[in-house]
Design a protein around this ligand. Structure first.
Ligand code: NAD
Length: 421
């Protein structure tokens, strides 16, 4: 489906988000092909019984875990990567033997339509369906009894999803968002950090759940970092980013207005331009931001990057720890001691050291949030296990029969039991 309909998919994403063709590959299809390739080559192994040790008390016996499909999953996607976020969970759902109903986001109607048209052509209609729609349709879907609900989107709707699932005691996966920090340590390679940060913030015009939300930069590094970011944005998108075909648009007017209001909550040292007709906002670096502003309290989810100076790494870590556990956190450093401290002290979903977002390209790294950034992980085997019940099995041999667990009980049997335990 992805191979034969590359143009239709890219066309829909361009219509919804002005997504550049290369970003369709980068952010949507490359990940899907990686997941598909891995699932096809490994799913037989993942599905096999997984042997575990059997202790003396249960001998003679063999113990193993037998993954079994959960049943029917409801997969609800968000609009920022509207194809990927619905199909990436579908891949492990299929590999693990489930049926699924997909509910793409109504905010990107062209991507939703292309999925609704294509999926029934390629997948068994008895087992897979796409339901298009907004709140009323999703509410009706959530009233049904599912075996798993896999939701990607914001925390407010995450609560609605979890409450609805609780009615049927249905397990949920919540892939949420939040403010993912990037920390620049005192010894960081600023050129490289700026290039990668600029890419992470410009991709899909910053509408990425794992985009670096804001930067904490160690004392003395702020001015050179800003100059390096200026150079990088210019080399990627030219002198007028609003005119660049390599730069996506903000998804709709509501988000455009929300973001242009945020532009006022700091001093724009790079960018700051916005164009209503195309819903494009130039990559913007803000300084002098108020820490209790919306900009610093809520996920930005757009091409605006506040840069805040802190004393050092300890200060930066303390700053991050004052907020919710982020979906992702990024550290740029040359020091292994700094890396160790960061990994120990920053609780979050996913980490890159000296880059942003690249854990997404490794199917063997489970992806997901923690605390307010979500629950449950997927990609690779984590996805397969997410859509499986790991059924525990012990197969007992009949001889010899160790009789100490049976009545009549006596002191000797109790002593032996304690010894075995
Ligand atoms: P959205 O508006 O597309 O909503 C997500 C889904 O929820 C849609 O399918 C929508 O139809 C449904 N929905 C909306 N309101 C509902 C309601 N009242 N009841 C039932 N269903 C409803 O997306 P969004 O919430 O704007 O998504 C943006 C958020 O998603 C950001 O916080 C971002 O960080 C997060 N996100 C997370 C990931 C991840 O993988 N962790 C990926 C992408 C986006």
């Amino acid at each position: 489906m992805l191979e034969e309909n590359e143009d239709a998919i890219a066309g829909a994403l361009h219509a919804d988000l002005a997504k550049p063709a290369q970003e369709v590959v980068l952010g949507e299809t490359a990940l899907l092909f990686g997941e598909i390739r891995q699932a096809r080559s490994r799913m037989e192994r993942w599905a096999r019984p997984r042997k575990v040790a059997t202790p003396p008390v249960a001998q003679p016996g063999r113990s193993f875990i037998q993954p079994e499909p959960l049943g029917v999953a409801l997969i609800i996607g968000a609009w920022n990567y509207p194809i990927q976020l619905v199909l990436a969970p579908l891949i492990p759902a299929i590999a693990a033997g489930n049926c699924a109903v997909l509910k793409p986001s109504e905010i990107t109607p062209n991507a939703s339509k292309v999925l609704a048209e294509l999926v029934p052509k390629y997948l068994d209609r008895e087992a897979f369906a796409v339901v298009e729609g907004a709140v009323p349709e999703t509410t009706a879907l959530l009233e049904q009894k599912w075996d798993h609900v896999f939701y990607t989107g914001g925390a407010a709707v995450g609560r609605i999803v979890m409450k609805a699932a609780a009615e049927h005691l249905t397990p949920v996966t919540l892939e949420l968002g939040g403010k993912s920090p990037a920390i620049i340590d005192g010894d960081a390679d600023l050129e490289s950090a700026a290039r990668r940060l600029a890419w992470g913030k410009a991709l899909n015009a910053g509408q990425t759940c794992i985009a670096p939300d804001y930067v904490l930069v160690s004392k003395g590094q702020k001015a050179p970092l800003i100059e390096a970011l200026r150079k990088q944005f210019r080399s990627m998108l030219g002198p007028d980013p609003l005119a660049s075909d390599d730069y996506a648009a903000v998804v709709n007017e509501k988000h455009f207005e929300r973001l242009t209001a945020l532009l006022q909550q700091g001093r724009a040292v790079i960018g700051g331009q916005a164009e209503t007709a195309t819903r494009k906002i130039a990559p913007t670096v803000l300084t002098d931001v108020e820490l209790d502003s919306d900009l610093m309290r809520e996920e930005i989810f757009g091409p605006i990057l506040p840069v805040i100076e802190v004393n050092d790494l300890d200060d930066a870590i303390e700053f991050v720890r004052r907020g919710d556990k982020p979906l992702s956190a990024y550290l740029f450093t040359r020091s292994s001691a700094s890396e160790k401290k960061f990994l120990r002290d920053v609780a979050c979903g996913n980490v890159c050291i000296n880059d942003v977002m690249m854990f997404m390209s490794v199917p063997d790294l489970p992806f997901g949030g923690v605390g307010m950034s979500g629950m449950g992980q997927y990609h690779g085997q984590a996805g397969f296990d997410r859509f499986s019940h790991l059924k525990s099995v012990i197969r007992r041999g009949r001889f010899p029969e160790i009789t100490i667990r049976f009545a009549p009980y006596n002191a000797f049997k109790t002593k032996l039991l304690k010894w075995f335990a």
